[in-house]
Design a protein. Structure first.
Length: 156
């Protein structure tokens, strides 16, 4: 489906959910809308959508939704070069994933946090994040292989 049409559909769905008072559905739609904006490189709009979804998830006590929104905020901020905001969002998502026992998403947050550190010329912090993620991933996965390459690129 055309991404512009997809965004229109999400926006219409969001309006309907908000009219009905469906806060859970609205939070999910904000997330999907943010992802669609991100897919088009519309980072500021992605941030606004994820922030709105995060606020709803916080009100609802939805920790999984909070983790997803925070991770997506980290990605968007990183793509705008807003390193401090990206770091804060990835660290917050990582705390949630650890509290929930969600190792897979914790590894993803660690990997992205490491990339943020690498972009900021902080190789030791990047390596720490990547190594922590690496030991939690099965060796045959693409993620493990990618982390191995990144670690090698920064290792002395």
């Amino acid at each position: 489906m055309d991404s512009a049409l997809l965004i229109q559909r999400y926006e219409a769905d969001l309006a309907r959910r908000q009219l009905r008072g469906d806060r859970i559905g609205a939070a999910m739609t904000f997330y999907a809308l943010g992802q669609a904006y991100a897919g088009q490189g519309r980072w500021a709009e992605a941030i606004r959508s994820q922030q709105a979804g995060l606020a709803l998830c916080q009100d609802l006590g939805d920790r999984q939704g909070q983790g997803q929104a925070l991770h997506s905020l980290g990605v968007a901020h990183a793509n705008l070069g807003q390193w401090a905001a990206a770091t804060g969002a990835f660290e917050a998502s990582l705390r949630i994933w650890r509290q929930l026992g969600n190792r897979e998403d914790a590894c993803l947050s660690l990997a992205n946090l490491g990339k943020v550190y690498a972009h900021q010329d902080q190789p030791e912090q990047a390596l720490t994040c990547w190594r922590e993620a690496l030991v939690q991933l099965p060796p045959q996965t693409l993620e493990h292989q990618q982390l191995t390459v990144w670690i090698a690129s920064l290792s002395p």
